[in-house]
Design a protein around this ligand. Structure first.
Ligand code: ZN
Length: 58
């Protein structure tokens, strides 16, 4: 399965991902442990800003 590393935006394969993390019920895959650590340090930095998107739709 193809997955997007939310930190560096690299497309990776979930079977060969170097690291993964669960956040709010979603599993994220990472190309390396460093990306996972950066994500876990501040997930909001890397996730789509839903509040911003809902604001833009108005
Ligand atoms: Zn990465």
């Amino acid at each position: 399965m193809q997955a997007l590393d939310p930190v560096c935006k690299m497309t990776i394969d979930s079977d060969t991902a170097a690291a993964k993390a669960d956040h709010n019920g979603t599993t994220y895959y990472f190309c390396m442990v460093g990306c996972k650590n950066a994500f876990l340090d501040n997930p909001k930095n890397y996730l789509p800003k839903k509040s911003l998107f809902s604001w833009l739709k108005k």
